[in-house]
Design a protein around this ligand. Sequence first.
Ligand code: MG
Length: 377
Amino acid sequence: MGSRRSPFDPVAHGLDKDFQLTNYTFTDPRGVGWKVPQKDLLKLLDEFKDDGGKSAEEMMLQRTEFGIGSDCSVKPLPHGGLCLVETTDFFYPLVDDPYVMGQIACANVLSDIYAMGVLECDNMLMLLGVPQRFSDKEREIIIPLMMRGFRDMANMAGTKVRGGQTVLNPWCTIGGTATSVCPGTSIVCPDNALVGDVLVLTKPLGTQIAITARQWLSIPEKKKKLNALITAEDVERAYQEAVYNMCKLNKISASLMATYNAHGATDITGFGILGHAENLAKCQKEEVSFAIHNLPVIARMQHIAKGYSEFKLLQGYSPETSGGLLIAFPREQAASYCKEMDRLGASAWIIGIVEKGNRTARVIDKPRVIEVNTNIT
Ligand code: MG
């Protein structure tokens, strides 16, 4: 259970009352967000085709290693049956509390190695972009708070930040790398889903809707339409729920994957649940497809999504930050996994099925929305 966090007070830190970390986020004037669209990205990644002209997907089908398009790169090392598992990620501020932003960024970096069932991170590096527009005072106050949040989350995960890079930048960015050297046998390969498996999700969807809605509360012309759909109190509760979930490590969710014989997993981030389900489906060995029937969503966010079609929540494309794991399990073991997660005070929902198909994923027409609002007291 989480408790409600009081908002970051810049004045208490000796800064101007109007200081907002989210003012240093890059916003695309066309309103398409800051991710390179998935289809454009895949085209760019052709540059990494190997010498034989094999695409990343073809390389993956050889099953010797995982790389582009997977959550992590996995490289078998020439010695002792060990593998090098590495990932990197960074993004712009989406909350105003610098300490919490650091925590979210770190949990988000680690999430990719957890998606492969790798629980021990041997090293982390931190990548930081410090806004040129920060005054000396803002830099001295805000940046250490972000670094502390990142460091504390790394420590909570049982690892440590041992280096990185800091540069000046027009916007604020924070992220890093996570590296693990582990036996190949401890990796849960993502590509073993079978017809009859079911899909489990471990965090609710709707994080970015909650964050956006809360920002709209302070913009009069946005607030009016929003308040016709949802109360300010519900927006605040959803925001707290989103922050709680974004700060939560996927480590416990990952630690039980092998126990319950997981057949593959990925973590849900910027491409939305369906975007990531499509990626996971694409890499499967068997001719399977994923059908998503249920969408666990932070309470009331579905009402906002219905009022603003651009969120694409019920279509499965609403971006998430530091989202949960999407895991394929044999049916009986999925139920046991969810029960065990519940016992540990963590959440997990069965959201779909693995059926015969051509390695695609879909959200069914009129999916059932599960309203989630349990973690904030
Ligand atoms: Mg990922």
